[in-house]
Design a protein around this ligand. Structure first.
Ligand code: ZN
Ligand code: ZN
Length: 573
């Protein structure tokens, strides 16, 4: 379902046109077409396939051609040309969340602002508040938007960085000279966004490895090539460093470059207390820094320090060293422990796969069950499902389950939580579902008290099993809404509601520190990929990484249960 995407494209055209002072009727035409497509019950892809775009009111030949081009190529030359006419600086200002084209144009026209620092200065001097369409609240939002942009600039999502790093590692591992190769850094620790990629390897000869590295097809810019270290900028703008190290210190280097800095400092302090010193070359007795005592593997180094091996995801100096000294590091959950995904969308709402296709893909992933949820009726922009259709979906799933004894589909819905905390379907319908997920998709700007209250009320409904993406953040795009997570966790404990770890790359929500807190409170968590396509089932691994960063074990996740155990747990609630 690409209706929303296409509508957004048309809105963007309208906004870009309004920047270049186009005829207001043309601008209005794009806006109207966008609104029509947004509200369209049929799939825009199918209408296009049948060549019936022109039958939609408000869609003329020009717009129809643009939709066709976008749907078949994924891009639109017209929009690219429009952007070329607008000063780079205005585009940059537009990209600030809270600004948008209209406001960018106003500050450009009225205050001649052409850069983010200028914008920030103007906001701080309250020069914007008096402009049409601006106010104190807008100023506040713009400042937040600038801060968000600053934090995220130069960072990429974990998922993107992982794909890149794995490709580079794979290419290098094919070289005959390379013996060991691995990525380190925050990527190995599974941080949600990554600034740069660190790769380490051991090799019989360094030169050919470095030559290959700096000439990889994904290299956009060569920064430096040396005997032991080379640096490049990859497509997409991420810096990638490759270090060739001696085999006897591979473990020490891996430990050192995996970090975090805080973990390394704590390790060094401990080492000093024990009469050792550690660095990227190994662990040494103090004042005898030419004979390494450990360094071949990370485990050797930890062992010499009297510590259990610490998984990379825990290396943040959040108590892991003390716990490893006691031998009490938990056995963290692994992807192989997962038996099912708790949150995928089907064609009933805005997903692109049928019930049948979803089940097949889940089996291919080695899962035993899957929860198919779709958006609820009021969320029209995301194909929210009317009540009658929900019953049809439940029936289809029942038929599927009767025919397939070795795999189970759980009928579910991702039910919208209204402004007053009520749910988007009546209990009468909810009780027909195997699993109910509740979530907030509107009213993100409400007060902390209000949002916390909304979610808490939803958890009091006895049919609600899990709260999805509990903070609503979108990495680099939207800050979490104001929600008191302590109160939410208390309520979850009291009502036996699970909390989701949404594994969608921009969400990764609930995040690590709260996962740990939830675990300590005895709350169950559930990983949901929020997949809208079959390929997105692969996001599950990201959810597992977040769970591991939150110290979670197999027993803390609903996903590791057999389907009967899961249903029993739901029934008891
Ligand atoms: Zn959602
Ligand atoms: Zn969803």
């Amino acid at each position: 379902m690409k209706n929303k995407e296409v509508a957004q494209l048309l809105y963007e055209i309208a906004e870009l046109l309004s920047l270049s002072e186009e005829n207001p009727f043309r601008i209005r035409a794009y806006e109207r077409a966008a609104q029509v497509i947004e509200a369209l019950p049929q799939l825009i892809e199918e209408i296009t396939k049948k060549d019936e775009l022109r039958k939609i009111p408000g869609i003329g030949e020009g717009i129809a051609e643009k939709i066709k081009e976008y749907l078949s190529t994924g891009r639109l030359k017209y929009i690219e040309d429009l952007k070329k006419k607008i000063p780079e600086s205005v585009l940059e200002i537009m990209s600030i969340s809270g600004m948008g084209p209209k406001k960018a144009k106003i500050v450009y026209d009225k205050l001649q602002i052409t850069s983010i620092p200028e914008l920030e200065k103007a906001v701080k001097e309250h020069q914007l508040a008096s402009l049409p369409g601006f106010g104190e609240k807008t100023e506040e939002n713009i400042l937040k938007g600038i801060e968000l942009k600053r934090q995220s600039s130069g960072r990429v999502l974990l998922f993107t960085a992982l794909i890149t790093a794995k490709t580079v590692v794979e290419s290098l591992s094919k070289l005959p000279q390379v013996k060991q190769v691995a990525y380190a850094g925050s990527l190995r620790r599974g941080k949600e966004t990554i600034r740069d990629i660190d790769i380490l390897c051991t090799a019989t000869k360094s030169k050919p490895v470095m030559d290959t590295f700096i000439n990889l097809p994904w290299v956009r810019e060569k920064l430096a090539q040396g005997e032991t270290k080379s640096s490049v900028i990859l497509e997409g703008g991420t810096q990638c460093d490759l270090r060739v190290v001696e085999p006897q210190c591979f473990g020490a280097a891996l430990l050192y470059f995996t970090g975090s800095k805080e973990h390394n400092i704590a390790l060094r302090t401990l080492a000093n207390k024990k009469g050792y010193t550690i660095n990227e070359y190994g662990l040494f007795k103090l004042k005898e820094e030419d004979k390494p005592l450990a360094g071949l593997t990370e485990n050797d180094v930890y062992e010499k320090l009297g510590l259990q091996f610490i998984p990379p995801e825990l290396r943040e100096n959040r108590g892991e060293i003390e716990i490893a000294a006691k031998g009490k590091i938990p056995l963290l959950v692994e992807e192989k422990d997962i038996r099912g995904d708790l949150h995928v969308h089907s064609k009933y709402s805005d997903g692109n796969a049928t019930i049948e296709q979803i089940a097949e893909q889940a089996k291919r992933k080695g899962w035993e069950w899957i929860t198919i949820c779709d958006h609820s009726q009021s969320l029209k922009v995301a194909g929210g499902v009317p009540v009658k259709e929900v019953y049809r979906k439940v029936e289809e799933i029942k038929r599927h389950n009767t025919k397939n004894k070795n795999f189970r589909i759980l009928a579910s819905m991702e039910v919208d939580i209204h402004n007053d905390g009520s749910l988007d379907y009546e209990d009468e319908l909810l009780k027909e579902l195997d699993f109910v997920i509740a979530a907030i998709h509107t009213g993100f700007k409400q007060s902390e008290e209000k949002i916390t209250e909304r979610i808490s009320l939803a958890m009091e409904n006895k049919y609600v099993n899990m709260i999805a993406h509990p903070t609503g953040r979108l990495l680099g795009k939207r800050e979490p809404y104001a929600v008191n997570m302590e109160k939410i966790l208390e309520k979850a404990k009291k009502t036996h509601t699970a909390i989701e770890i949404n594994a969608f790359p921009e969400r990764l929500d609930l995040y690590d520190i709260y996962c740990k807190q939830a675990k300590e409170m005895g709350i169950m968590l559930g990983i949901g990929t929020d997949a809208h396509t079959l390929e997105q089932f692969d996001y599950l691994g990201l959810g597992v990484t977040v769970a591991r960063r939150g110290w979670l074990e197999k027993k803390n996740l609903l996903n590791t249960l057999k389907v009967d155990e899961l249903l029993e747990l739901i029934r008891k609630r």
